[in-house]
Design a protein around this ligand. Structure first.
Ligand SMILES: Nc1nc2c(ncn2[C@@H]2O[C@H](COP(=O)(O)OP(=O)(O)OP(=O)(O)O)[C@@H](O)[C@H]2O)c(=O)[nH]1
Ligand SMILES: [Mg+2]
Length: 299
């Protein structure tokens, strides 16, 4: 590591909900550490993913999608975005290139501009574009609006152009020793990752309302048995009617959520897992400071 040209730094992934930030983070670290779903507002707090390679180390900071905050939960989510932008060396603006530009896109662009940080634009989901010339007006629009260091069309899902993107990003980071040791992957505890895997499966298997009113917290993580890790997670909802939805007819939905989450958790731990889920009604948790602290959505 005595090579003078070694570079490292922090890079924030910023964008609208659903742009593909967490998909990119997971691809970069090569493990599923962040929940991904087709529902907006999947990510609720900052998640670091550390990528170490020959030329440098990049600490990517995944953030919640930029949206108008209503509850205290959402205000904290947006505070996490601002905090991330302020604390990094470079900002990556991630934009879903398969949808047309709206007010939300302009709002995020303004955030990036105001930050005065060096910025790279990623036009994501290019695998969805049959006609790649559709990228040209987007590139024109963004280059007229801001002096992006680089503009790279990518597919986070398929892993297209990700190596190229890393090369472009590293150019703009300071020369420095690695920040973390080579084997480190994330700042998230296993408890939090596990809870996020469970929440992801809830988002996948429920309709539009439930995702917003659900939180998951790992209450017990018992590794005393070397063969099987026992994990107990509480699922918060706000009303008894929502509890019934999450549990499903004869407990079918929650069983299904448990089976799918357990599979992901076993993959991550490389070990057998016993997973127990239970649903708690916690009225208005989205506006309760203490509950949010407990869940890990910090001020
Ligand atoms: N086709 C395609 N789909 C993608 C790509 N990247 C992400 N997606 C999908 O887009 C949806 C949203 O992905 P996420 O990674 O959760 O998006 P996000 O930006 O983290 O969203 P929030 O956490 O809500 O801000 C998921 O269904 C992903 O599978 C891509 O490159 N191509
Ligand atoms: Mg996300």
């Amino acid at each position: 590591m005595n090579d003078k040209s070694y570079k490292s730094g922090y890079v924030a992934l910023i964008g609208r909900p659903n742009a593909g930030k967490s998909t990119l983070l997971n691809h970069l670290v090569g493990e599923k550490i962040a929940a991904v779903s087709n529902k907006p507002q999947t990510t609720r707090h900052k998640i670091q993913g550390i990528v170490t390679f020959d030329e440098g180390q990049v600490v990517f900071v995944d953030t919640p999608g930029v949206h108008k905050p209503g509850y205290l939960l959402n205000r904290r989510m947006m505070a996490a975005v601002h905090d991330a932008i302020l604390s990094v060396d470079l900002v990556v603006l991630l934009r879903d290139a398969s949808v047309s530009t709206g007010n939300g896109d302009r709002f995020v662009l303004d955030l990036v501009k105001k930050s005065k940080k060096p910025a790279v634009l990623l036009l994501n989901k290019i695998d969805k574009l049959k006609d790649k010339t559709k990228l040209l007006p987007l590139i024109e629009f963004y280059s007229a609006e801001h002096d992006f260091k680089e503009i790279v069309p990518v597919s986070a899902l398929k892993g297209e152009a990700i190596e190229l993107m890393l090369k472009e990003i590293i150019k703009h980071l300071p020369e420095s020793e690695p920040i973390f040791s080579e084997d480190e992957m994330t700042d998230q505890s296993l408890r939090v990752i596990v809870a996020e895997m469970v929440r992801e499966k809830i988002l996948e298997s429920t309709g539009d309302e439930i995702p917003y009113v659900t939180a998951v917290i790992t209450e017990k993580f018992d590794e005393s048995n070397p063969k099987t890790t026992k994990i107990y997670c509480a699922i918060y909802v706000e009303r008894p009617s929502q509890k019934r939805i999450v549990i499903g007819k004869q407990g079918k939905r929650i069983k299904d959520i448990g089976i799918k989450a357990r599979k992901d958790i076993q993959n991550l731990l490389g070990k057998k897992v016993y997973l127990e889920l239970f649903v708690k009604v916690v009225k208005d948790w989205r506006n309760q400071e203490r509950k949010l602290d407990e869940i890990g959505i910090k001020e």
